[in-house]
Design a binder for this molecule. Structure first.
Ligand SMILES: Cc1cc2nc3c(=O)[nH]c(=O)nc-3n(C[C@H](O)[C@H](O)[C@H](O)COP(=O)(O)O)c2cc1C
Length: 356
């Protein structure tokens, strides 16, 4: 059989993808007050519909999941009506789209939240660091409170409700953001999970929140095959640390490997050979991300290291990235100064090849 390349069609949850490009989930901070995605997002995502699969920016499953300025939610009728227009526009251009659920847990500041509830986390461990707020500039991250054991099913139910909302709006599936130091990773990691109940202590206990969230999302979707997960083992972002990430993540992937999930999405971090370590434990499509180029993506696909390659920054400034790679055209460098700035600049004003 010929080598798989970025341009080989693929398959996720019973639908064919036109290629092996996945657009990474990327927070772009253009949402309106109250967690409603802006109209600009319709154009932004539609411009990128030539990816085999688009994963949305991190979307809070509920108001308590918001931490950053101008980020969207998937809870209310207004929010979902706006999301429906976005996913319809991507489908109209032949694209596929999963919604990523990002509950920040302890990573937030009250200035950015439209709920007055305090931040929640696995334990009351404040993250060192600051974040941008539109009203007061850079601010320290707030201190979180620890979830009571009896509250955990309610938080998991919010992921399930958001799953129903996303699928009702027409999304092809949903992704649990269990990476980058947000709520699920706060349960997984030993410096943020000091719990002594069934959700803390051993690796088996620390993975429980993630496993139960995935089960609830699968039940809400009616099938696990519409539910994916993203992990970033040993990523230090957001002041997170685990004493034994190899043990934690092999335990997790082993536990979810046969659930029939849509995919496992792994962001390469500091564990040597992360992909090679985890891939054999997961039965299903394997998405690898983190610093890939055309060459390294094709090499990983040909070697069987991954089934799909996830591209982040390059998609911000090259909306037609697959065509650019195919034609070996010049790439436009990403511009970090507009990653999170409000408005159209650096968001919807990058041209596709045919119109340059
Ligand atoms: C502007 C920006 C925003 C991001 N926001 C998110 C996010 O909301 N959720 C997430 O899982 N990862 C997020 N990431 C990480 C990307 O999904 C991806 O894992 C990372 O950029 C590495 O891929 P790359 O080297 O191809 O950019 C973000 C990255 C960037 C550059």
């Amino acid at each position: 059989m010929a080598d798989v390349t970025l341009f080989t069609p693929g398959r996720i949850d019973g639908f064919d993808t036109k290629n092996r490009f996945v657009m990474a989930p990327m927070t772009r901070s253009r949402a309106l007050p109250g967690g409603v995605p802006s109209e600009l997002a319709i154009e932004y995502y539609a411009q990128r519909a030539s990816a085999g699969l688009i994963i949305t920016e991190g979307v809070a499953p509920c108001a308590a999941g918001i931490g950053y300025a101008r980020t969207p939610t998937a809870e209310t009728r207004d929010q979902m009506a706006a999301w429906k227009k976005i996913v319809d526009a991507v489908h109209a251009k032949g694209g596929r789209m999963f919604m990523q659920f990002m509950h920040v847990g302890r990573i937030g500041n009250g200035e950015n939240r439209y709920t007055k509830e305090p931040l929640i986390s696995a334990s009351a461990v404040r993250a060192a660091g600051q974040m941008w707020t539109d009203s007061k500039g850079m601010q320290d991250l707030d201190a979180p409170r620890a979830l009571e054991t009896s509250e955990i099913p309610g938080v998991i139910a919010q992921y399930a409700a958001a799953t129903r909302n996303a699928l009702d709006a027409g999304f092809d599936g949903v992704e649990l953001h269990s990476a980058s130091g947000y709520l699920p990773m706060q349960f997984l990691s030993s410096n943020t999970n000091l719990r002594t109940d069934a959700y803390g202590g051993s690796a088996q206990n620390r993975i429980r929140f993630v496993v139960e969230a995935l089960e609830a999302m699968a039940k809400a979707a009616g099938t696990p095959s519409k539910v994916g997960i993203k992990i970033s083992p040993a990523m230090p972002f957001n002041d997170i640390h685990d004493a034994d990430p190899v043990e934690t993540y092999t335990t997790l992937v082993h536990a979810i490997g046969s659930m029939g999930l849509a995919y496992l999405h792994v962001l390469k971090t500091t564990i040597p050979n992360t992909f090679e370590l985890l891939r054999p434990l997961f039965k299903g499509p394997f998405l690898a991300g983190g610093g890939f180029s055309k060459e390294s993506g094709n090499t990983a696909l040909a070697a069987g290291t991954a089934d799909f390659i996830v591209f982040g920054k390059l998609f911000t400034s090259n909306p037609d990235l697959p065509a650019r790679f195919e034609q070996s055209a010049a790439l436009v460098d990403p511009d970090p100064s507009t990653f999170y700035s409000p408005g159209p600049k650096g968001y919807v004003d990058y041209s596709a090849l045919q119109s340059t």
